[in-house]
Design a protein around this ligand. Sequence first.
Ligand code: PLP
Length: 393
Amino acid sequence: MRRRLGRECLYVPSCRLGLYVALRHWCPPGGRVLMSPVNDDVIFFVLLAAGLRPVQAPLRAEDGTLDMAAVPESLWRGLSAVLTTNLYGTPDPAPELRARCDGLGIPLIEDAAHAIGSQVAGRPVGSFGDASVFSLSKHTGAKTGGFLSVADPGLRAGLERARDELLWPARLSAELAYALRPYAEAGVRGLRLIGAARAALRLLGLEEREDIRMELRPGELKQAMSAAPALADFHSWIRVDMHDYRLRPGGLRLRRTERLLTRLDHRLAGHLEGVRRLSATRWALPRPGPAQPLFRVPLLVEDRDAAIAALARRRIGVGYLYDPPLDVYAGDVFTDPSPAPEPAAWFARHALPVDPFKAETAISVLTELGARPARPPSAAWDAVPPAWGEHGV
Ligand SMILES: Cc1ncc(COP(=O)(O)O)c(C=O)c1O
């Protein structure tokens, strides 16, 4: 990762813990942090745990990236930091955000969980922020681990100490569960016991959401906030989908992660191939610049529930949905709402994040279904090429 990014990197057991370490280092408690409302709710709780006030950013309806032009001047001036999301791997405008943050004298922190292979202005996502954090659960498929990277190498030792203070000791039972999980999942999948697999994952605490968003539990959350900054009080929210997020890794976990990381370029090439296929369909919007090895391709469809159901019938699960946006989900007790929420809400409702490795099947399912492409209300449709007509795939 140091070679890829050209900056110092520190291993962390999860991206969420890396973000917590970074936010604690760069943002004094009580500060206001601009973030994307179309984001994993876990990240919202990480901000609250760090004692920060989330401020929801306006997004572009086309791709869910941060819309800087729609951020009012007064809002910029009240911020203590900006946190990017790079949703599904689409880069936020990092060079412009870097310049803006420099002008304001505030840190830029990049959440590069979805964007390990993405570039912007010829540089990797994650090489612009004072800090950037990666997840190895996504492209590498390690289901554990991540990296916190820093612009100033002199900060590494201090951040390493901060990380170590937060780590829980390695547990043999957790290591064994981690080692056996892929075999258990493959076995259950092989038997086509999807219902049983989900029940098993729930039992293991790896799938805790009945819905897209986890339950907010506002009363308990307010109580936890009175103790912030503190990670422990927010454990029940932050651990969702990954109970080992602050566990010191054992040898087995590290060896598997290392092996998967050596295959990253191969995986990224696979992502790129799927992205090219999906991007040529009528459910994708034309994107400027070279194709990126996105983590998921956000196709835009009118009836997303029907598309999800049709994909499920072909045993393609759709995850990483972030609907409704965080300001609607949490309300203004817990966050400042976006000054221009409609485009984010539109994107959150219509984006169908497709795994590039499932491109062929997904395209045939959507074609058979006759899924209608969705078009952002404000988009310049004149720019849409003819291949996008009703008959083009
Ligand atoms: C945008 C985003 N950031 C951060 C994370 C957290 O990553 P990890 O599971 O490695 O903590 C996720 C998890 O899905 C995510 O979607």
